[in-house]
Design a protein. Sequence first.
Length: 241
Amino acid sequence: MRLVLSLVTLLTFTSCANYINKMHSEFDRADGRVYAKEKVRKDTFDRFRQQRRSTRPSTSSRANVLPQVKRQYVSQQQTKRRYTANDLVDNSSSASLWSGSGNDNYLFTKNKWKRNGDIVLINVKSGLKRAITLELKRAFPTMPKKKKTAAAAPAANQPAQVPAANNEEENKDEKTYDKISSVIIEEISKDHLLVRGQKFLLYRNGKHLIEVQALVARKDILDDDTVDSNSFLESTVQVLR
């Protein structure tokens, strides 16, 4: 029995060994064929025998090589002309450092461009003075008093002197009676500003606060940040207290 088992075991191992050797030989033959093909394909002088085609563009094969990106060429009529030195010469006076009418001129001239919050001093002329006086009289009227009959006769002769006084006031329109400090509160447009100022005035032994609001043009504001009241486009006077 032991002899039979030994023979069976020996035959099994022998057959397995022969099968493995057969597989190894097949693998070696396959590797040899592949190596032979690669050896024939990768010959040292193969690059001299057969020149491979290059995928890179060359001017030897093609005279004109088109770009990969499609370009949009513009005709000469639609292109902008080339600038010259004469185009850089500024002959206008707008926004210039040497011109007083520029908006951003700071070097050689004073800046006239005003914005919200800037302080402007109002020169009170005769017209604004009369408006303030009338507004104070309207807010604080005087009580009528009884006059004597004897004083009525001299009073009748006074109207003859009124025209002379009016002519005298017209000649003094350029006189500045007072100054009111104001602030720009709004930019109405590119050329117009809205200013507002307040000041205490003594009227009939009382101290009263008046407010002046006016629409002015930027061009009327002087270099010293002042504006004349006779250049107001529109103005209002109000007695606050």
